[in-house]
Design a protein around this ligand. Sequence first.
Ligand SMILES: Cc1cc2nc3c(=O)[nH]c(=O)nc-3n(C[C@H](O)[C@H](O)[C@H](O)COP(=O)(O)OP(=O)(O)OC[C@H]3O[C@@H](n4cnc5c(N)ncnc54)[C@H](O)[C@@H]3O)c2cc1C
Ligand code: FES
Length: 249
Amino acid sequence: MKYDVRQLPLLSNAEIAAGIFDMRLRWQQDDLSVACGQFAHVYVPGKALRRPISVCDVSDGVLRLVYQVKGEGTKIMSQMQPGGTVDVLAPLGNGFAVEKGKRYCLIGGGIGVPPMLYTARQCDDPLIITGFRHESLVILQDDLKALGETLLCTDDGSAGVGGFVTDLLRERIGEVDEVCACGPVPMLKAVAAVCREFGKPCQISLEERMGCGIGACLVCAVRVRQNGEEVMQHVCKDGPVFHAEEVVF
Ligand SMILES: Cc1cc2nc3c(=O)[nH]c(=O)nc-3n(C[C@H](O)[C@H](O)[C@H](O)COP(=O)(O)OP(=O)(O)OC[C@H]3O[C@@H](n4cnc5c(N)ncnc54)[C@H](O)[C@@H]3O)c2cc1C
Ligand code: FES
């Protein structure tokens, strides 16, 4: 895995839904290739720790990071102005393993949707299911529609169909070979359970608080099951994507 720290020119940083921003940075792919599901560790002036944000897309020399303002760090990010540069350590982690010739169902919940865009770009004709709490939080639908068939749901039915991503997954799981998902833990747990029931492989992207982002500080440890034993692994280095059956929820 190859990564580097770079000062990336900030092209735009627009609010695309309530409290959700789309940061576009000039990115020279050269020898650093980005895999889907990897993340960027963003330096925020005045903060000791970088903020991990998934790669939403890489296309035509532009790296997109779509993030929700949660606390001070992401608030400062939302105030960064085009014309300056952003200090980014990337690309980090192990992303989704996608193979040509397989049909994938890509599932994103809330702010877990952004990494599914670049993942969709690597897949042949994916089925993309996204779920949000409310229509005010719906993002990236036009981008995703350009890359596959999309299904949208909201908890309250204010956009798309009312219900959860797992309701839609149950209806369509027979059409796909494998499922990849990113979103809140209860959603990932429910997606993993449906995949287990139907005997489909499933990869999930986990979130954990991070320090270094490169496997040196142990902040992001999670418990996984391998060869019948529970072991600790790093979300930043071994993940963030894991096989669902390995994860001890
Ligand atoms: C691999 C990975 C990918 C992510 N991708 C995205 C994304 O694409 N879009 C997006 O909006 N958010 C994403 N997140 C969550 C994002 O990193 C946090 O929302 C953000 O760090 C919060 O920082 P803050 O300073 O605003 O909040 P604060 O709560 O003030 O942060 C305090 C500290 O906790 C850490 N922290 C807080 N929440 C999280 C969290 N959920 N995960 C990891 N560290 C956290 C911060 O990095 C910081 O060090 C991702 C997290 C991980 C681990
Ligand atoms: S964040 Fe330091 S080991 Fe993962």
